[in-house]
Write a protein that binds this ligand. Sequence first.
Ligand SMILES: Nc1nc2c(ncn2[C@@H]2O[C@H](COP(=O)(O)OP(=O)(O)O)[C@@H](O)[C@H]2O)c(=O)[nH]1
Ligand SMILES: [Mg+2]
Length: 426
Amino acid sequence: MRIGLVGKPNVGKSTFFSAATLAQVDIANYPFCTIDPNVGVAFVEARLACPCKELREKLEAEGRLEAAAVDDPRQGSLCEPRTGTCIGHRRSVPVALVDVAGLVPGASEGRGRGNAFLADLANCDVLIQVVDAAGSTDLEGQFRGALATTEEAVESVRGEIEFLEHELDAWIGGLLEDGWNRGVRRVQAEGEKGLTSFIQERLSGLGATSTLVAQGMLNFNAVHQSEHQPWDWDATSLHLLGKCMRAQLFPIVYAANKMDIAPPGVLDSFSDRTMVACMADMELALRRATSSGLIDYQSGSSTFELQKDATLNDAQKKALTHMKERLQLANGTGLAKLLDEVLFDQLNHIVVYPVQDETHWVDGDGRVLPDALVVPVGLHAKALAGLVHTDLEAGFIRGVDGRTRRVVGADHEMSDGDVLKIHAKS
Ligand SMILES: Nc1nc2c(ncn2[C@@H]2O[C@H](COP(=O)(O)OP(=O)(O)O)[C@@H](O)[C@H]2O)c(=O)[nH]1
Ligand SMILES: [Mg+2]
């Protein structure tokens, strides 16, 4: 799972990236991460409470555990996450975030960072386009002199959105057009099935799966009108096909950044898209103030507290008071909200907890609920086993639901918050 941050220069991508990936992690624990400086780990809070909440309730009811102390730093959490944290049963899960710089006119034809830009993009499952909701910069990222009106800002954001879509469509359309006639004629005997597998092959470098391509074809067929056979489709048809495939391969959600200096009402014009108001530089400032022990701020919150023992000078106090007002007014910086929407609404992912012992919810070493995996909704139990270990998938016998203790088969569909014990031949 990789989320790409894209957009024209100077919209705040790197600021967003730094803020979201500030927590230093040992990259070795995150197989999806490379050591590239523009790839990092962001933590997103699971929507449902960590199952360690139920575990605590059960143990307390049985008189085997005292209630958590009022000053418990983990606020009652019992689990021992291998990655991320769990405080007050709020479990965080890791996702990879990529700062994809280099969107310039002609990027799809190799201009600017061209191929490096496309290579970064190819590995992403979903894109967050950071846009300048204040309209403070032009398409090249140059700062404009005066503050924009609402109309100007809306116009400017619209331009940014069209610009990215155009570059992506041109890139994917180009990959399809290349050798299209010869390629498609080759599979003509297989009809629609041959066509979709041909498209999947052409776009395999971009993460095209048969499901994604099939869905793209459905959308394409619903709007495409041509009497011609696929190998005779003209540039217009192929462009439309590229557009439909792009929407499947790279769903885009929007971070309307620089909300602190944006004119009012800009978001109203984009209610047909997933767009969240953001203040990336405030999130970065708040997280930095938290790591230097000045404040206590939880990402996603609309307020923060000063640390009791923090020594602040007047300027710092003033700046923090100002930020607090802004934050409350905006109901948060928007970054946590956006990542939550991307992961759980746009990508329809869930969080599941594989364990080795269905009674105590521990692994072989007695670690409580060590893993929280982000997976697509409905993932089969056997496929989940494969995510834990390839041997577990190969030797899969059955699963046991940690709550109901019911035995489930290989094709059991996982739901959000499930705890599952996996039995496999060793
Ligand atoms: N006012 C305001 N400025 C921001 C915000 N986020 C980033 N910036 C500023 O925008 C400029 C460009 O940011 P940067 O992250 O380098 O943009 P990138 O080129 O898209 O990576 C910097 O001066 C940031 O401090 C924000 O939420 N509000
Ligand atoms: Mg940057």
